[in-house]
Design a binder for this molecule. Structure first.
Ligand code: SF4
Ligand code: SF4
Length: 261
């Protein structure tokens, strides 16, 4: 099987057969060349602490990125005010699922003599503040999966509510073209900013994002379900960009756009 198909099949089958409480829509998968100048641009924007793929794994030829979109019922649950347990559970489940996908890709590619590495994007606020050496979100942008919204999330054809994983592999796969269109309504000049309205911490505005305020809100939310020990919130991902437009029935459109300001 062609390498691209092999990786896509592993990701899609693992998600389809997962026994997590959280349900998902079909994953979005993309590929970027590790020599793409976009990685130099990302370093310039994010900061010198952010590493290029080849600084992490010199033999890397391709960045593989995937987005696991949450089922629309979960998105609707998170429209409720306050901390939503299902949303925190989704975070726990999806971390495990991404780990499972990564291990399967590593094992299967090793059979063909291909090495796959998962860059460590460990968040260590106490010692490093908000600096992480790899961003799965930026990798997914480079791999053509979506465009950034005002909510700081990557908006894909399947929306922005979900989780992203990425790996570096030592074989070449043709890159996925980045979308030419803008997926964020505000950024393409339409009325929206629902995400700003829904952010209770005041972290989001049309002009930027206050990481500190967001982090404090997430820390506060952990206390609601300490047994899960996971960040929740994500209220900024419950606007009209949250789901694949094809998934939006009349009721969904109404609930997701109620607060258009
Ligand atoms: S809610 Fe609206 S303004 Fe905010 S990211 Fe989504 S489309 Fe953009
Ligand atoms: S995760 Fe919560 S606090 Fe952070 S920007 Fe989104 S809505 Fe605001």
């Amino acid at each position: 099987m062609e390498l691209k198909n092999k990786i896509e099949t592993i990701i899609k089958n693992t998600v389809a057969n997962s026994d997590t409480e959280t349900r998902y829509c079909e994953p979005i998968i993309g590929f970027a060349s590790t020599t793409d100048p976009i990685f130099i641009e990302i370093k310039q924007i994010v900061g010198l602490h952010h590493l290029n793929p080849k600084e992490i794994f010199p033999e890397a030829k391709t960045v593989v990125a995937f987005f696991l979109p949450f089922d629309k019922e979960l998105v609707k649950q998170n429209l409720k005010s306050g901390v939503v347990k299902e949303s925190i559970q989704a975070s726990v489940d999806t971390s495990h699922l991404i780990g499972e996908i990564n291990e399967k890709i590593k094992t299967e590619l090793a059979k063909d003599g291909i090495t796959a590495i998962v860059p460590k994007a460990i968040f260590d606020y106490k010692n490093k503040g908000f600096n992480v050496s790899w961003s799965h979100k930026s990798a997914a942008y480079a791999a053509g999966i979506g465009t950034f919204g005002v909510n700081q999330m990557l908006i894909t054809k399947a929306g922005c509510s979900g989780r992203i994983g990425s790996l570096l592999i030592s074989a070449e796969i043709p890159p996925t073209p980045r979308p030419k269109e803008e997926f964020c309504r505000h950024k393409r000049g339409e009325k929206c900013l629902v995400c700003v309205d829904r952010c209770q911490s005041g972290a989001l505005s049309s002009n930027g994002f206050d990481k500190e305020k967001c982090f404090m809100q997430l820390q506060e939310d952990i206390k609601a379900y300490p047994e899960l020990n996971q960040h929740g919130c994500g209220k900024c991902t419950t606007g009209p960009c949250t789901l694949d437009p094809a998934e939006l029935d009349e009721d969904s459109v109404k609930s997701l756009t109620t607060n258009v300001i």
